[in-house]
Design a protein around this ligand. Structure first.
Ligand code: PMP
Length: 360
């Protein structure tokens, strides 16, 4: 068996020790004679797995007691509708900071349920820098302010948490768990699992308890945060295996990595050296303002774009998978989430240097 270096933006690389542990436990979980996939979600076994995962996540992110953690489905894309449905019961308007493609989708979907207002935009700088705090202008009727802390396609990441007088809602799909964060600054945080949390199929929502009573009355039961909060995310059958595997990832972050401070240190090191390799070589370029360069997703272009295909082919031959940029923007992108080892980044830098030398 040889596992290659995987730079996929999502579903993304998982820690090898997690996959091995899941493999060991696959047929017979802790001597109970069945797989986690075959357990009733209401069994003592699965409830213990679910509770441990939540406890570990709470410890990692230091989630205050007045926040609920919800294990939902539908991906982050469903949250584009669930947020206005859950918070917009009293009307008002959803305010947005626009910094890229995912935020744009959130705005387009949200408009169907609540009026919307663009509080700040990175459009005028070509989506290369995050609007500064002073530029954020809430509407008088703002119900909440939504932003995307890390735009996965553009590789544009907030370097600060916006200050606001209304609840702050954040799509943290591609940078949650990459570094410590002050949860108490937020009303709602949501994230698709398939990057830094676990496998696809699970959507994590962290919501402040006082926001659970603001839903629109016509709300479908299964889209309601309150339904999930009141039923321990088990109103219906949850994605049990994805929940279990995410728990193994949280355990890895705690025990093998040593927590989010440590994870952030490693992530910074990985990103800094990759950006340095891009900046130091005229053959490669990244357009993002240095302060807003994503530590998780590193897009880059080649000086000669006719070589894009060759670059990707040779990279794959050399064992580097999924380096193509998003289909909407082209170019290259290396997603270097928590589970992508530093050795993978080092090897990629060597490959890029060699490619530029021979083809550039
Ligand atoms: N928001 C961000 C920041 C993302 O990166 C993605 C997925 N790449 C999404 C939302 C959509 O997530 P999902 O596929 O889970 O709906």
């Amino acid at each position: 068996m040889s596992r290659l270096f995987n730079f996929c933006a999502g579903p993304a690389a998982l820690p090898e020790v997690v996959l091995k542990r899941a493999q060991e436990e696959m047929l017979d979980w802790q001597g109970r004679g069945l797989s986690v996939m075959e357990m009733s979600h209401r069994s003592d076994e699965f409830v213990s797995i679910a509770e441990q995962a939540e406890a570990d996540l709470r410890e990692l992110l230091k989630i205050p007691a007045n926040y609920k953690v919800l294990f939902m489905q539908g991906g982050a894309s469903s949250q584009f509708a669930m947020v206005p449905l859950n918070l917009g019961g009293k009307g008002g308007s959803a305010n947005y900071i626009y910094t890229g493609i995912w935020g744009k989708k959130a705005i387009a979907e949200g408009k169907r349920y609540l009026s919307s207002h663009l509080a700040a935009s990175a459009e005028d700088n070509g989506l290369t820098a995050v609007p500064r705090q002073e530029a954020i202008q809430l509407s008088a009727d703002a119900t909440y302010l939504h932003y995307t802390s890390n735009e996965t396609i553009g590789g544009l990441e907030f370097d600060y948490i916006p200050e606001t007088s209304v609840p702050l809602v954040c799509d943290m799909s591609s940078d949650i768990l990459s570094a410590p964060i002050d949860i108490s600054r937020f009303g709602v945080i949501y994230a698709g699992a398939q990057k830094n949390i676990g496998p696809a199929g699970l959507t994590l929502v962290i919501v402040r308890e006082d926001l659970l009573d603001q839903a629109k009355p016509e709300m479908p039961t299964m889209f309601s945060y309150k339904t999930f909060a009141e039923n321990g995310s088990m109103y219906n059958t949850p994605p049990t295996f994805a929940w279990y595997l995410s728990g193994l990832v949280f355990d890895w972050l705690k025990k093998d990595i040593g927590g989010l401070d440590k994870m952030a240190e490693i992530n910074q090191r990985k990103a800094q050296k990759l950006y340095a390799a891009i900046d130091d070589n005229d053959f490669y370029a990244n357009p993002i303002a240095p302060i807003n360069r994503s530590i998780m997703n590193v897009p880059f272009t080649l000086a000669d774009s006719t070589l894009d295909k060759v670059f990707l082919q040779e990279a794959e031959k050399a064992g580097f998978l999924n380096l193509a940029g998003h289909r909407s923007v082209g170019g290259m992108r290396a997603s270097i989430y928590n589970a992508v080892p530093e050795a993978a980044v080092d090897a990629l830098i060597d490959f890029m240097t060699e490619f530029a030398k021979t083809r550039g």
